[in-house]
Write a protein that binds this ligand. Sequence first.
Ligand SMILES: [Ca+2]
Length: 223
Amino acid sequence: MWSGRRLCPGLEPIFLTGDTRFPSPWQEAARTARQSPSLKVLQKPPVLICADGGLTGEYFENVWFFYTPVRTVVDPMINFTWGQGLITPSASDFVSIRWTGRVLPEFTETYTFFVSSDDGARLWVDRALLFDHWDTSFDVSLMFSHIWSCNNTFGTIALVANTFYSIKLEYKENTNDAFVSLRWQSRSVPLALVPPSRLYFETGTPGSPFLISIAPCLSFFPL
Ligand SMILES: [Ca+2]
């Protein structure tokens, strides 16, 4: 689970802990503090700098996320209806998109995330797979309808207010019409598109500008 706080206004940087991509410096500092009780350990913690305003979208001209994305942008919301038009600069079919970032709930409640897509989609929140409708089922009775390959699916997860959670939505378009949208709902949040103000994208991962000291015997980091 993620936790975090903003360090200062402006760039809206966020200090996040618990990212398993950065366990080593923390663990090393805590280990040193434990093994050398008289030594005060100074550590520059790694940080993940994010900004609100949407999720990072990586667009691929294949349905397997292969090779370098042909397009990487921040999409304020996930709400696209391409029809049979272009999704990437040169492709309308056999395209995949991966949106990643953080979602910041306002309330401590169970949230339901809804994805409507043509074609497949799968969603993770807090690294938990909420649903996987990647390979759409083919219903012969609907084959002449525009909804034959459409997914309307959802998943629920309990979230804590003002806590940053990782979110990843993967989408693919095979052929014909294409659309995808991401909505959410909770007891206090009416069903709506997840707004840009609740979505954060990564802007970089530089070292923290602050030194912290890890006091011997007070470290609670797992070793
Ligand atoms: Ca389609």
